[in-house]
Write a protein that binds this ligand. Structure first.
Ligand SMILES: Cc1cc2nc3c(=O)[nH]c(=O)nc-3n(C[C@H](O)[C@H](O)[C@H](O)COP(=O)(O)OP(=O)(O)OC[C@H]3O[C@@H](n4cnc5c(N)ncnc54)[C@H](O)[C@@H]3O)c2cc1C
Length: 416
C-alpha cells in the first residue's frame, strides 16, 4: 500500500515508523519545512518534556479536551514505547518533578535526532522535505492522492494528515490541515489557544514586565459566583500584555472551559490573586514586616521594602497600599501595615482575556473526534484518510501529555 503522510512533526514521524513496520507499505513523509520537527525543537524550553511517567488512566485525567477518545491510541503506543524508541537510539531519559520525562542531555535536538535515526532504519520510508501539500484528492469519498504546491500529484492508497494545530505558526503548524479536512466535509471544532498567556490589567502588569515570581501561590476566581476556577503553586511572569509563566499557562486550560468565560471576562469578573509569601501566615508576615520596619525605621517607606519584595514590584505595591511613599517608616500606622500585608497575601489583578492561539502551547479544537474512529484514527467521512496529533480536537495540560498524544495517535494511524 502507498501511504502518504502530511506533516513531519512527532505525529507524522511516528506514524511513518508505524506504517513502515508493515514491509509491504511504501511510505512517503512530506514536510513543508526544510527540516523535520521544527516545533519539537522548542518544546520544554528546548529541553523537550518527552512524555509523562503516569499510567493511562492518569494521562486521560490530564487531557480535558476529549481525553477518553484517546484510550485505544494510548494502549497501542504507551509512554514506555516512546522511551524505548528513544533509548534504543542511544539517548537516556530522566524523570523530573511532576512525572515529567526529559532527555538526560536536556536537548530537544537529541530527541529529534533519535526520531530521524529511527526513520532511517526503514528502507520503505522516503522523507521529502520542502514539500507543501495543498490539497487532498479524493474520488467518491476515497483518498486518491495529494496535490503539492509545486503542482505535482502524489498518488496514495492511504493518507495521514498530521499537520499540527495553529499555534506558533512560524514552526510550520499554521492551520493548513484544517482547511484541507474542511474541504472534504469534516467539521472543525472552534479553534482556541490552550496553555496560553493571559491579558491582564496593564496598569499593574506593564510596570512589572519582565519580572518572574517563583514559589508564589496563585488562584483564579469567578467573583460573581465566588468560585475558585484554578489554583497553583510555582512560577508567574509579568509581561507587557499581562501575565504568563507555568502557573498561568496551566490555568488557561481550565479558564477556557469555564462556563460563560468570555462574558465574565468582559464584565471584569475574573480575578487573579497572588500570594507573594505563601510560606507565611498573615501574622507571621506582619511580624516579618515589623522586623524590616524596625531596621529601616528612619528611612522613607519607599526605601524600606528592598528585603521584602523584588525591585520591580516595589513601586506598584506602594501605589496599591496608598501609603505615602515619603512617609517615615516609624510613622506608618498598624492599619497601613495591615493593608500592606493584605496586598502581599492577596495581590489582585483583573484578567481581561486570552492571548491569541498563535501564542499558545497547544491548540484546543480541531477535527471533530465524532468524525474519527478512535481505534484506527480513520475518518468516518473519507475512506483511507487518517488523522494524527494536534490537528485532532484533543488537548492536554502541560507535563508531556501533548507529545504523547502525537506519538500515540500517529502510531495508531500508521498501524491499520
Ligand atoms: C513552545 C512550545 C513548547 C511545548 N512544549 C511541550 C513539551 O515540553 N511537551 C509536550 O508534550 N508538548 C509540548 N508542546 C506541544 C507539542 O509541541 C505539540 O503538541 C506537538 O508538536 C504536536 O505534534 P504534531 O506532530 O501533531 O504537530 P507539529 O509538531 O505542529 O507538526 C506538524 C508539522 O506539519 C507540517 N505541515 C503543516 N502544514 C503542512 C503542509 N500543508 N504540507 C506539509 N507539511 C505541513 C508543519 O511544518 C509541521 O512540521 C509545546 C508546544 C510549544 C509551542
Amino acid at each position: 500500500m502507498k501511504v502518504v503522510i502530511i506533516g513531519g512533526g512527532p505525529a507524522g514521524i511516528i506514524s511513518a515508523i508505524s506504517s513502515a513496520k508493515q514491509k509491504e507499505n511504501k511510505v512517503i513523509l512530506l514536510e513543508k519545512n526544510k527540516t523535520l520537527g521544527k516545533k519539537l525543537l522548542i518544546t520544554g524550553k528546548g529541553r523537550c518534556n518527552i512524555t509523562s511517567s503516569l499510567n493511562i488512566e492518569d494521562f486521560i485525567k490530564n487531557i480535558p479536551g476529549n481525553g477518553k477518545f484517546l484510550y485505544s491510541a494510548f494502549q497501542n503506543f504507551t509512554n514506555e514505547d516512546i522511551i524505548n524508541l528513544i533509548e534504543s537510539n542511544g539517548l537516556k531519559v530522566k524523570e523530573e518533578r511532576g512525572n515529567r520525562i526529559f532527555p538526560v542531555t536536556d536537548k530537544a535536538q537529541d530527541v529529534l535526532n533519535c526520531f530521524i535515526k529511527e526513520l532511517k532504519k526503514y528502507k520503505n520510508i522516503e522523507t521529502k522535505l520542502g514539500e507543501k501539500v495543498e490539497k487532498i484528492i479524493t474520488y467518491e469519498n476515497n483518498v486518491k492522492g495529494v496535490l503539492l504546491s509545486s503542482k505535482e500529484i502524489i498518488e496514495a492508497d492511504k493518507i495521514i494528515l498530521a499537520t499540527g494545530g495553529k499555534s506558533y505558526p512560524l514552526t510550520g503548524s499554521n492551520g493548513e490541515g484544517y482547511k484541507m479536512a474542511k474541504e472534504l466535509g469534516h467539521h472543525i471544532e472552534s479553534i482556541k489557544g490552550s496553555l496560553v498567556p493571559l491579558e491582564a490589567d496593564k496598569f499593574i502588569c506593564q510596570n512589572m514586565q519582565g519580572l518572574s515570581l517563583r514559589n508564589i501561590k496563585m488562584e483564579i476566581k469567578d467573583i460573581e459566583k465566588n468560585k475558585k476556577i484554578y489554583e497553583d503553586f510555582g512560577e508567574l511572569l509579568f509581561t507587557h500584555f499581562g501575565v504568563s509563566g507555568p502557573t498561568i499557562l496551566s490555568s488557561s486550560a481550565h479558564l477556557l472551559r469555564y462556563k460563560n468565560i468570555d462574558k465574565l471576562l468582559k464584565e471584569n469578573k475574573i480575578k487573579l490573586y497572588i500570594d507573594l509569601k505563601p510560606a507565611l501566615s498573615e501574622e507571621e508576615l506582619d511580624k516579618r514586616i515589623l522586623r524590616d520596619f524596625e531596621e529601616f525605621k528612619n528611612k522613607e517607606f519607599k526605601n524600606s521594602l528592598d528585603k521584602l519584595l523584588p525591585k520591580k514590584m516595589i513601586e506598584t505595591v506602594i501605589k496599591l497600599s496608598k501609603i505615602n511613599e515619603y512617609k517615615r517608616v516609624n510613622e506608618i500606622t498598624k492599619e497601613e501595615r495591615q493593608k500592606l500585608v493584605a496586598i502581599l497575601k492577596k495581590f489582585e489583578i483583573n484578567i481581561e482575556g486570552f492571548r491569541p492561539v498563535e501564542e499558545a502551547i497547544v491548540t484546543a479544537g480541531g477535527i471533530s473526534t465524532k468524525e474519527i474512529n478512535p481505534k484506527t484514527m480513520e475518518s468516518k467521512i473519507i475512506k483511507g484518510l487518517y488523522f494524527a496529533g494536534e490537528i485532532i480536537d484533543v488537548d492536554a495540560y502541560t507535563g508531556g501529555f501533548n507529545l504523547q498524544i502525537a506519538y500515540s495517535t500517529g502510531f495508531t494511524a500508521g498501524l491499520s
